[in-house]
Design a binder for this molecule. Structure first.
Ligand code: FPP
Length: 283
């Protein structure tokens, strides 16, 4: 599979905009025939793709520990997974992809780890921006940008500015992000704007969140087997289907994303209702 953003593949990379459906032929051309990706991709129902996929990337530290490497090497290795998932999501025609890169709680980590993570984000954007632009991907940060180091914030602003008129996949990175902090921030904005309590409903409140105008996640993926939502998109994941894999983030690739999508397509989404209202019991 060609590597998203690598020098030799950039010209041949063709990502479909989300109003174009990927045909089985396109898919088979992308995934080598006989590969696990091709077998999985052949089963995907492109009429029922999740519109928004959100991912809690977890297990970088354990991946490094298993190899007797420093924790930061796990984060470094995680960048290849980020590239693969961004590329695959855009190819499939996912409308919104959100990756949880750094929470408001992650400042508690050792300063070296924090500074490596910030450096990786900057480097990732520098290396991938051209490719994001070429592939019509819009990049957004969800989180408190003012709390980030100046150089990182500048890099992110450049990324947002240069991609803001793109119309393909929306790629959010949640950074210095906390779900509760986001809700408090939205409440403050409502109060500051003088919104009357009787005018505040779920729709209006949603417009005050970082994800204003975006569909809620349909599929929430968490790697490394942990069964937690870790303060991620608390408002927005109200009805998301959750898929947890034991795979550690640096090992996560296109085939895992395809497995998650196939599992999602088996779920019966009821949003609090019932599937077959014909017989409800009673007289
Ligand atoms: C969780 O693993 C992972 C993170 C806190 C950071 C994720 C960041 C990256 C993959 C790199 C930068 C991202 C982008 C989008 C360019 P952990 O350290 O908590 O792992 P552990 O639970 O095994 O210790």
């Amino acid at each position: 599979m060609c590597q998203f953003g690598s020098e030799d593949s950039r010209s041949s990379l063709r990502i479909l905009s989300h109003d174009t459906q990927m045909s089985l032929e396109d898919l088979l051309a992308w995934a080598p025939s006989g590969s696990p990706e091709a077998a999985l991709a052949g089963q995907v129902d492109f009429d029922r793709l999740p519109g928004h996929v959100a991912v809690i990337m977890d297990g970088n530290g354990r991946w490094a520990a298993q190899r007797h490497l420093p924790r930061v090497d796990g984060h470094r290795a995680g960048i290849d997974s980020v590239r693969d998932v961004v590329e695959t999501s855009a190819r499939l025609g996912i409308q919104v992809l959100t990756l949880y890169a750094f929470s408001v709680e992650n400042w508690k980590r050792p300063p070296l780890e924090v500074s490596v993570l910030m450096g990786l984000l900057k480097r990732y954007l520098r290396l991938e921006l051209e490719s994001l632009v070429a592939n019509d991907i819009r990049f957004r940060v969800l989180g408190h940008m003012d709390g980030l180091p100046d150089d990182v914030r500048r890099e992110l602003e450049v990324g947002q500015d240069k991609t803001h008129s793109n119309h393909g996949m929306l790629f959010n990175i949640a950074l210095n992000y906390g779900g509760r902090a986001e809700i408090v921030h939205a409440a403050r904005r409502a109060i500051a704007a003088g919104v009357r309590p009787s005018d505040l409903d779920e729709e209006r409140f949603g417009e005050l969140l970082y994800t204003s105008g975006q569909p809620d996640p349909d599929l929430l993926i968490r790697t490394s087997g942990e069964m937690r939502v870790s303060n991620f998109l608390l408002w927005q994941i109200a009805y998301a289907e959750i898929w947890v894999t034991e795979t550690l983030w640096p090992d996560f690739r296109a085939r895992h994303l395809l497995e998650a999508i196939l599992e999602y397509q088996k779920r019966d989404r009821r949003y609090g209702g019932i599937t077959q209202p014909a017989f409800v019991g009673g007289r």
